[in-house]
Every structure is written in structure tokens, then in C-alpha cells.
Design a protein around this ligand. Structure first.
Ligand SMILES: *Cc1c(COP(=O)(O)O)cnc(C)c1O
Length: 407
């Protein structure tokens, strides 16, 4: 379906959205009414393959039975206590997430941006209390083209003008270096650096994979200067790239890792910072918190997500289907595609100059029954749910090949 064939029924929903909500998104003209696995159905009964998967929040597809069952069971018991009291899901969730990620401590939050804010606060506190950085002098080194969320502090170190303009005054204390340039990073890390904060693969920027060896070099630079390595795996983590965490591809471990999106199983927002005791242990009661962070419903769903990931099945699917995806996308280079990047079931596809804009391509896919979204300019981000069948994956790739070849 395209805007040109939008039914009056669909248009009524779109009109209501546009009349009553702030205009901070530009959705495709598809109104989803229900969904299962890799498929969604709109209000007119048209079915679409979901090749975006909620920006990787839906790694396990829509309404995965084990996740819906865990949520439903918890809804019948207790959903919110606040952290004023203990509850019977919290400790188990933290232990299981620490064991899954090979870390020592967990701080649960809700949105991804909150997890990143939490990591920034913890890194600064660690810099003052442990590293001995003078008061208010701590710096955090970040990468160009980053995306870490939408809070005032996080947009302060974004170089995306749409995300940043008119939100000043900006939070100081951030130093930006080009992504993938280890020499520039080494030059920017000083005695005052609390942390280096990076995405192991940059999602919003168009699925940017850094040069081989870069992440290991980041680890080495952090160790040499006594700075923390904070990996934002909110989009790259939890099996999306064929491993639990994207840093595993280089055999690297971060001091703090932010997780989100798929941690909530596509059901509710669940995020966390995981890391070592000597870093997360700097927090004391009252120094940070969230009313909903680590609530019983979130922990019950998060535990079911952890059980799925502990089998390794989704990591394997992502690796195997991802190899197929990248082999097929590679064949499109020179046929309407100028470059393809990514790992596992995750790809950034650059449409060749003179072809469709990203938005036009996304609309053309929707007309062929495949939903995805452009990132910047003429780059498409493909991130199908990891539960997708090989036949459905091929169906989606066929649509990509068809759309890009028309230019
Ligand atoms: C989506 C995302 C965030 C922000 O998550 P929200 O839940 O939207 O706040 C942060 N970092 C990365 C890498 C992301 O992809």
C-alpha cells in the first residue's frame, strides 16, 4: 500500500494521529492493527513483513508465545512495587542478566536513553571517587554520528542537527572523535577521561561497522589511560549481530554495557546497565533511581527474554540467516545499491546516487508488503525479527532487489 492507495479507513486513523499528537515522527502511511511473529496486519486487512522489528526491540518477533505467557502470568500476580520494597522477580532478573552477560552487577531502568544517562552518571561518579579526577572536570569521549537517545544531555553530544538544534544550553563534558579512528581516540583520552562511550556498530547512523581491530584498540586505549569503556549495545546487542553482544566479534569486553530494546521482548520498555562491581558499586541509596525501573512485570518479561537468549538459538539464527542476507544483498551492489554494511540479520543498504530517496524506497517496499524505514538520506536499515523464516527473509530481499533496481 502506498499513500496514493491509502483507504479512507486508514486515512481516518492517520488524520487523528496528525490532529492530536505532536508531529515528532513521520510514519509510513500504514496503520497496524495486529501482529504475529514477523508479520503485521493493517486496519484494512493487508499483511506486511516487518523488516524493521521496532528498531530491534522485536528481535523475538511480535508476541512471542513464551514472552506473552510470562507477561500474562505476571499480570495476574503483581506489576509494580516501586523500589521502595523488594519483590520476588528483581534479584532473579539481575542475577540471570549478569550471568548471561558475564558481568557482576545490574542496574535496571526502562528506556534506552535512561540506561545511557545512568552509564554517564556512574562513569562520572567513578571518575571522581575512584580515578581521582578533579571536581566537575570529568570528560566522556564519544564518537561522531552517534545515537544514544533523546535526553537533553544525550543530544548535547549528538552531531545530528535535527536531534540537537534548539535544545541548548547543552551539557558540557563531552569530546567527540570520528568513529572508527583509533588514533583520534587515543589523542582525546586524558587523565580527565571518565569513559569512552560508543556503539560497537552504529545503528541509526546506517549500520556502520568499524574497521577490524578498532574495538580491541578502544579497549587497549581505555586500559592504558585508566578510562572506562562503555558500550551502548541497546540496538546491537541481544543476538542482533549473531552473538549475544556485538563486542564479542572482537573478543572485547566493556566495563559498562547498556542494554534495552529487545530486553523488553517487544512488550514493554526494559533497559539496564550491566558491569563490574568496582564501577556500578559506586552508587549508594538515593544517588540514582527510577519509579518503574526493575518493576515486577519488566523483570518477569526480561527473565523470559534471558531464557530465550540462553539457548543460543537466536544468536545462531541471526548468524546463519544473516550470512544469507548479506550474500544476497552483496549481489545488489552495482544494481541500484552502492554499499551494504552490517552483521547478522542487520544491514544498512545505501541506494545508489540518482535512485530513490530512502523515504521513497520505504514507501515502495510497503507497496510490496514489506515494512522498513530509511535512516539518513538514501540508506535503508534492514533488521527483520530473528524468528523470521528463510522463505520470508527471501521474500523481503526480493522486494529490496525489485525496488532498488528501478532507481
Ligand atoms: C534506541 C537506542 C537508544 C535509545 O533507546 P530509547 O529506548 O529509544 O530511549 C540508545 N542507544 C542506542 C544505540 C539505540 O539504538
Amino acid at each position: 500500500m502506498t499513500a496514493a492507495t491509502t483507504t479512507s479507513r486508514t486515512q481516518d486513523f492517520i488524520d487523528a494521529d496528525e490532529r492530536w499528537s505532536a508531529n515528532n515522527y513521520h510514519p509510513l502511511p500504514v496503520v497496524i492493527a495486529d501482529a504475529e511473529g514477523a508479520w503485521v496486519t493493517d486496519v484494512d486487512g493487508n499483511r506486511y513483513l516487518d523488516f524493521l522489528a521496532g528498531y530491534s526491540a522485536l528481535n523475538f518477533g511480535h508476541r512471542h508465545p513464551a514472552l506473552v505467557e510470562a507477561a500474562t502470568a505476571q499480570l495476574g500476580r503483581v506489576t509494580l512495587t516501586s523500589r521502595a520494597f523488594h519483590h520476588d522477580q528483581f534479584g532473579a532478573f539481575c542475577r540471570e542478566l549478569a550471568e548471561l552477560t558475564g558481568t557482576e552487577m545490574v542496574l535496571p531502568m526502562n528506556s534506552g536513553a535512561e540506561a545511557v544517562e545512568t552509564a554517564i552518571k556512574v562513569a562520572r561518579k567513578w571518575a571522581y571517587r575512584v580515578k581521582g579526577v578533579p571536581d566537575d572536570a570529568a570528560q566522556i569521549v564519544v564518537a561522531g554520528s552517534n545515537f544514544h537517545g533523546r535526553t537533553t544531555t544525550i543530544v548535547s553530544f549528538s552531531d545530528d542537527e535535527d536531534a540537537r538544534a534548539d535544545y541548548g544550553p547543552y551539557t558540557p563534558g563531552f569530546v567527540t572523535v570520528p568513529y572508527g579512528d583509533a588514533a583520534a581516540l587515543a589523542a582525546a583520552v586524558t587523565d580527565r577521561t571518565a569513559a569512552v562511550l560508543l556503539e560497537p556498530i552504529q545503528g541509526e547512523a546506517g549500520v556502520n561497522v568499524p574497521p577490524p581491530g578498532y574495538l580491541a584498540e578502544v579497549r587497549r586505549i581505555c586500559d592504558a589511560r585508566g578510562a572506562l569503556f562503555v558500550a551502548d549495545e541497546i540496538q546491537s546487542g541481544l543476538a542482533r549481530t549473531g552473538t549475544l553482544l556485538a563486542l564479542e566479534h572482537e573478543g572485547v569486553r566493556a566495563d559498562l554495557t547498556t542494554l534495552g530494546k529487545a530486553l523488553g521482548g517487544g512488550i514493554l520498555p526494559v533497559s539496564a546497565v550491566v558491569g563490574s562491581r568496582d564501577v556500578l558499586g559506586v552508587l549508594r541509596p538515593g544517588e540514582h533511581g527510577s519509579t518503574f525501573g526493575g518493576n515486577p512485570l519488566a523483570c518477569a518479561v526480561g527473565r523470559a527474554v534471558i531464557r530465550l537468549l540462553a539457548t543460543g538459538e537466536f544468536q545462531l539464527r541471526s548468524a546463519e540467516l544473516g550470512a544469507h542476507l548479506h550474500a544476497r544483498l552483496g549481489e545488489l551492489i552495482g544494481k541500484g545499491v552502492s554499499a551494504v554494511r552490517g552483521r547478522g540479520l542487520w544491514a544498512g543498504v545505501d541506494i545508489a546516487d540518482g535512485g530513490l530517496t530512502g523515504r521513497q524506497a520505504a514507501e515502495a517496499f510497503a507497496a510490496r508488503g514489506v515494512l522498513c524505514k530509511e535512516t539518513h538520506g538514501a540508506t535503508l536499515r534492514l533488521a527483520p525479527p530473528l524468528v523470521i523464516s528463510e522463505a520470508d527473509l527471501d521474500r523481503g530481499i526480493d522486494a529490496v532487489a525489485d525496488v532498488v533496481s528501478r532507481g
